[in-house]
Design a protein around this ligand. Structure first.
Ligand code: ATP
Ligand code: MG
Length: 266
């Protein structure tokens, strides 16, 4: 179980201003909301990537912030994180990148580890023989995204946090990733939080949907309640107006990101 308790976070301006949310073990919850509203920031407070200014996050009863380093480490071992922008290490091969998702100190040349990496790649619809030894710069944006996903699942974590797992993927891979998220959840009773602009995916895959707006959760409820809500902001998302806007912005940023990566290559 993941509990966000009165989470506040400000940078130059307030971003999160009191988020309260409980995600049950085995539950799949999607978070939607306008661009820049703090969805990624909220996700990052789950395993200590960002520290709230006020409030707490508890994972299976352990505080990520107040129970010391051992508790944080414990939480980190349980959590797989899919970053919004693949965030791969440019100078490492795909195999090496995926191994960063395994506990420190594993021998990445051992057959057992290589088999785990290959299995994770197959899960995300990539051919291990083809991509294992490539550098991220040799892959397309969609492939890099799936390598990021493979890294998150390779240790078979109990909790998976997905930040925009399908943005920029073609329909075939979008469907494959949705299926994968569901399979992972069903097989191991994984707790999943999915930040997504893809309302269709959110409604189809989730037990509950949360809408983050102006620093707080404006709506939390079942997909059917989301679809039936009379709240105008929920309506805008349910009718896919705002989601489409957010998607376009994120895809533009993805393209910008890739261009930068390419410019940085020698
Ligand atoms: N590390 C950081 N340092 C400073 N400001 C940050 C940092 N991370 C996020 N922000 C700011 O916090 C706000 C919320 O950012 P966040 O990335 O969570 O938005 P988001 O809801 O995920 O948006 P999108 O849908 O575009 O991904 C933005 O104004 C962003 O600039
Ligand atoms: Mg984001």
């Amino acid at each position: 179980m993941i509990e966000y308790i009165n989470v506040h976070k400000a940078f130059d301006v307030p971003v999160l201003t009191g988020v309260d949310l409980t995600v049950e073990t085995g539950e799949t919850l999607s978070i939607v909301g306008p661009s820049g509203t703090g969805k990624s920031v909220l996700l990052k407070t789950t395993n200590g990537l960002l520290v709230p200014d006020i409030g707490d996050v508890r994972v299976d009863g352990e505080s990520v912030y107040f129970d010391g380093d051992a508790a944080l480490e414990h939480v980190r071992q349980k959590v797989g994180y899919v970053f919004q922008y693949a965030a791969l290490f440019d100078s490492m091969t795909v195999c090496e990148n995926i191994c960063t998702g395994l506990p420190q100190g594993v021998d990445i040349r051992s057959q057992k580890v290589l088999a785990k990496v290959a299995e994770a790649l197959e899960d995300v619809n990539l051919d291990p023989a083809q991509v294992m030894n490539k550098l991220p710069s040799e892959l397309s944006g969609g492939m890099r995204k799936r390598v990021g996903l493979a890294r998150a699942i390779v240790s078979r974590p109990e909790i998976l946090l997905y930040d925009e797992p399908v943005t920029g993927l073609d329909p075939v891979n979008t469907a494959a990733v949705s299926r994968l998220i569901r399979d992972i959840r069903d097989k191991n009773r994984v707790t999943s939080i999915i930040v997504t602009h893809d309302i269709e995916q959110a409604l189809e895959i989730s037990d509950r949907v949360a809408l983050l707006e102006h620093g707080v959760l404006r709506f939390v409820g079942r997909p059917a309640e989301f679809k039936a809500s009379a709240d105008p902001v929920v309506r805008a998302f349910a009718d896919r107006r705002m989601a489409a806007e957010a998607a376009i912005r994120i895809m533009e940023e993805d393209a910008e990101d890739m261009k930068k990566d390419m410019e940085e290559q020698p």
